[in-house]
Design a binder for this molecule. Sequence first.
Ligand SMILES: *Cc1c(COP(=O)(O)O)cnc(C)c1O
Length: 445
Amino acid sequence: MTSEGTHAPNPPYPDTAPASEELLRRAREVIPGGVNSPVRAYGSVGGTPRFMVRGEGPWMWDADGRRYVDLVCSWGPMILGHAHPDVARAVRQAAADGFSFGTPSRREVLLAEEIVRRVPSLEQVRLVNSGTEATMSAIRLARGVTGRSAVVKFAGCYHGHVDALLASAGSGVATFGLPDSPGVPASAAGETIVLPYNDLAAVEQAFAERGQQIAAVITEAAPGNMGVVPPAPGFTEGLRRITAEHGALLVSDEVMTGFRASTAGWLGLEGVPASGAPDLFTFGKVMGGGFPAAAFGGRAEVMAMLAPEGPVYQAGTLSGNPVASAAGLATLQACTPQVYARLEEVADALTTAVRDSFGRHGIAHRVQRVGSMFSVFFREGEVRDYDDAREQDAQRFGRFFHAMLRRGVHLPPSCYEVWFVSAAHGDDAVETTVRAIEESAAEIA
Ligand SMILES: *Cc1c(COP(=O)(O)O)cnc(C)c1O
């Protein structure tokens, strides 16, 4: 490597990363922990988070000029890979037309139409800026519509950092929520009932006890935030049936699965339950194409309760931002059947490699998958809920993470996360990853 940086360094990379270490030092001065979202801090794997300077297709480059296969993909949005030419063109065009108006604008209509067109039963959406805002607003709407205040969520499901939804409790029994974070008042968490995932009997029981107080059940359409834990057959349908019987709303959080699991998200894969579609959906990640855009929506009759049509207030200075809308629209328009087919191929190749290499080297593992969304648990046996997910060898994952990083593959820095792939992961990126998996498995065996 020359001092001019004309030669990119090749793997294996050293464990030290001088340019990232210097940026982290500066970041820590002005940003708590040096990061603007905690999981970026490598807290559970140790070491210095790599500061990225550029991305293209499946690759990203850090401040030391090292190239990585990206399996974070911005935690889902970069389904087409980095700096996709069509999206970049749409963003440049939108930016040239002005950044934000604070009036209704054309591009937000196009994005809303595209989302509604893709998702069966969805009639209207309101655009917001983050998945957190989408779930927060959906819960407020559900409370406004029903006049009730309690909310059921499942342990291990993440719905953003909304006060009422941070409680995840997570013991195996039905339990009233305790706040997971200081700063969440017990009064907010106390309206949250946390239940074990995939346990319909627990849902039945909660409704038997407090049915008249429950405004909504919120669930990840297919959970990806405790690792991938598919809903057991009949679970979604059971939630729909029980909520309908008690006059509560069902909120399907498709922020991660939306437009990734299929053109119509998880609903497109599982199909509309025989007992009916969810009342409300939340979207984010892919639909923003890497920009801050998210949405919540449902039937027109429910959405009509929102201001200005109805009494439930919800607003945003930058909501429906034209540049973010352009990125989201261009991304969704580029998400063709070929894109989903490629995502499946990449997921096939990587999950096969994990099973083969981990099997060969005797590393306890369990791969779970919905569509192209998959994660690797460092344990044997089916994972059905959060308690199962937490019984894994997180330390071994940490060693695997760093073995992969040295070989130029950047995994999500936590064993509870999806390995996100993109349609831009070509044969070169896939082969690099498969080789790294084999060598890293040998190293940590
Ligand atoms: C990422 C995520 C959120 C939160 O979205 P942000 O844009 O990070 O606020 C909510 N729900 C699910 C299922 C998610 O995966």
